[in-house]
Design a protein around this ligand. Sequence first.
Ligand code: GCO
Length: 446
Amino acid sequence: MVRKDFGDDFKWGVSSAAFQTEGACDADGKGRSIWDTFTARKGKIKNGHNAREACGFYRHYQEDIALIREMSIPNFRFSLSWSRIFPEGIGYCNTKGLDFYERLIDHCLEQGITPWVTLYHWDLPQALQDRGGWTNRDILDWLEEYSGCVARHLGDRVKHWMVLNEPTVFTGAGYFFGLHAPGLTGIRNFFPAAHHAALAMGRVGRLLRSEVPDAQIGSTFSCSSIHPASERPRDIAAAKRADALINRMFIEPALGMGYPTTDLKALGGIERCMMAGDDALLPFDFDFVGIQCYTREVVEYSFFVPYLQARLVPARKRKVPLVTAMGWEVYPDAIYEMIRKFSAYPNIPDLYITENGAAFPDDLVDGRVDDQLRLRYLQTHLEQVLRAKQEGLDVHGYFVWTLTDNFEWAEGYDARFGLVHVDFETQRRVIKASGRWYGDFLASHG
Ligand code: GCO
């Protein structure tokens, strides 16, 4: 497998997110986000870690862009911190915060790296959460104010935009399970948050299209290949419900198909959050869809799980040959299966893999990290992307998650996903063997 096999137009990149990397949590007038609040709460993050410093990307961005260049990676996906730009979420715009992104984007472009910007990667301004956050329909206006401002300032240079990162995860983990910020639980919070997130994609998509008419506009979706635990009809039906929730709930309304309520009756509740005319506001003709796939899930029927009546059988219990530090099964076919699944939608726009990667425990020995498991993970997943491409499926790019080891949400700093190792005491960076491999792969034109 060589780079050329993917074609000359295929977009290669690496992805990251503001809260996980920037640190500088109150520098230059930045406001607090729900993740600043959540990480300060006892028992929410493994080992009590927080992201006040993270990888110090706010100060080290030039060094990190030099690493991207060193690895010959042509595209860099990162997110903007809303509360850096609007400390209170709306109203006063903090030019120092905006200036940081101006510098970052200019520096990318000077170095020949194309910036891909995610508007919302989970760090909602706390001031807006105090007014209900995603459960309040006003979020659509708030998000529009912020997005319009950044599109007007950065749209002359940024031509690839993503509205949301993984709505399933931030509404599910943040507003149903309480495992992520803002730590709310129950369908009372989840359904309105989810419906507003679904509406946000269309609302902001239309805004970006008018502010930056020559931009490519997308949004990103988490997905996992879903396999029933057995051939028993009740496991097959359980897998179908899990698929509706995990893979279909946000992409289908965006494509104009509505929520997948036929296969997951419990989702009916979300329709009670709908106002007259919402049906027409949910769809948007995105230029691209980012799919983010790491693993598969095996699903069995469970009487005890409310609403879903299904549960995921943990990889460790299934005795699979290899799991990552997140406890996720290494199952490269999943990414192929997901490209197939998304390609099958009749009106699907261009597909990109906007995230794929793996956390493994790394050892820094004599200034090197020989992370063969991660290297192999990336190779085998890319082979599956190539397989999809060779079968004529429409996939246009691949972005590794992630550039540097960083703050992995509730897992803190233990789960290292980077192509680049970070010593969080000294902020020293070392390109791992996997990063060297990716760099050599990209530099050799086959
Ligand atoms: C996510 C994010 C990333 C994660 C990555 C590994 O979707 O969870 O986009 O922020 O760090 O997926 O879990």
